[in-house]
Design a binder for this molecule. Structure first.
Ligand code: NAI
Ligand code: MG
Length: 323
């Protein structure tokens, strides 16, 4: 479905930033079927030569030897911070009806924890090692503090330190980092957090957590704002950024022209902000608000429109704003 939502967002990017050089790189399932590898070293070199990546979801090939392209990109460019913002302005579009408007960001550590890749299955036993490093904990906490400072908010450190020693380590380092940056800091157990996020999401502003907990909480959070099709993300390192909608390749609806492009468009907005193109980013944000207000929406969020119809309505709105 990357083939449907990425072009929708790229059309808007081309219009807003005509001087950008867009370098298409095909990686993923189609390439794997054709040549037996989803991404080769030439692709990596091409990607590394660009300033950042705009990524469309890809299907995981059914091959036990397959190494995830996304995990490789995250490792290769040390994209340690996964930033996932969730906003509900009060205009209702999902089955779930939040009581009050809210706006919070999940800051998920993206390179270690249970996704460190140190694991084995031997006979009757399977083990996966959960590795947290001081460097990893400090730098993700710093990113959360930076966002909290911009938003004049506190950070909430989410963990399971009542059971996991590694989370005592994480929680303490996150709290120390917050104290060093003068950012107010609270904490919550991950299971309680899942409960509280549904009941009163407006209580939270910046949630910082480890890899697997962030992965799970961010899908839960998606259900609060209309579903996975609505959710953008940034994968950031110190030098490089990869921007992608949170959703996967949605094989159940791919190819039907009804994919929600909003997650991809908001990911493009995050990319523009990262590149310092704030005016274009703000226009994309308002274009999304416009189609929601006018209910020019795809079926996943209660509309009847196609991907291209939603994208065209956004483009028209932006054109009107600029003339
Ligand atoms: P998914 O996110 O593709 O789909 C989950 C549900 O959300 C489906 O019912 C789908 O129709 C719906 N949905 C997702 N995006 C939507 C959109 N833009 N508009 C409307 N509805 C949307 O997750 P699933 O089914 O678990 O994974 C499918 C494939 O995607 C798998 O091969 C998985 O490995 C891969 N995947 C890839 C990711 C990536 O490349 N970043 C991330 C997550 C999954
Ligand atoms: Mg996930």
């Amino acid at each position: 479905m990357g083939h449907e939502v990425v072009p929708a967002a790229v059309d808007l990017l081309r219009f807003l930033e005509p001087e950008f050089e867009l370098v298409p790189v095909e990686i993923g399932y189609g390439k794997w079927k054709r040549v037996g590898t989803a991404m080769d070293d030439d692709d990596l070199e091409l990607i590394g030569g660009c300033d950042c990546v705009f990524f469309g979801a890809i299907t995981t090939p059914p091959d036990p030897e397959y190494k995830s392209v996304l995990l490789r990109l995250r490792k290769e460019f040390d994209l340690y911070a996964n930033i996932r913002p969730y906003q509900y302005s009060g205009v209702h579009i999902s089955q779930y009806r939040p009581v009050r408007p809210f706006s919070f960001t999940i800051v998920r550590e993206n390179t270690e924890g249970l996704y460190s890749g140190i694991e084995e299955i031997t006979g009757e036993r399977a083990t996966t090692m959960r590795v947290l490093t001081r460097k990893g904990c400090e730098r993700i906490a710093r990113v959360a503090c930076k966002i909290a400072k911009q938003e004049k908010a506190e950070i909430t450190v989410v963990h399971k330190a009542n059971v996991l020693k590694s989370d005592i380590f994480f929680k303490n380092i996150a709290a120390q980092t917050a104290a060093q940056h003068n950012i107010p800091c609270s904490e919550a157990y991950v299971d309680a957090m899942a409960y509280h996020l549904i009941l009163h999401p407006e209580r939270y502003r910046v949630i910082v957590t480890t890899n697997l907990f962030g992965d799970i909480l961010s899908d839960l959070a998606a259900s609060l704002i209309g579903g996975l099709g609505m959710c953008p993300s940034a994968n950031l390192g110190d030098e490089y950024g990869l921007f992608e909608p949170v959703h996967g390749s949605a094989p159940d609806i791919a190819g039907r022209g009804i994919a929600n492009p909003i997650g991809a468009v908001l990911s493009a907005k995050m990319m523009l902000e990262w590149l310092g193109r704030y005016k274009s980013a703000a226009l994309l944000r308002r274009a999304v608000g416009h189609v929601i207000q006018k209910r020019v929406l795809t079926p996943d969020i209660g509309g009847k429109m196609s991907t291209t119809a939603v994208a065209s309505a956004m483009l028209k709105y932006i054109e009107e704003q600029l003339c």
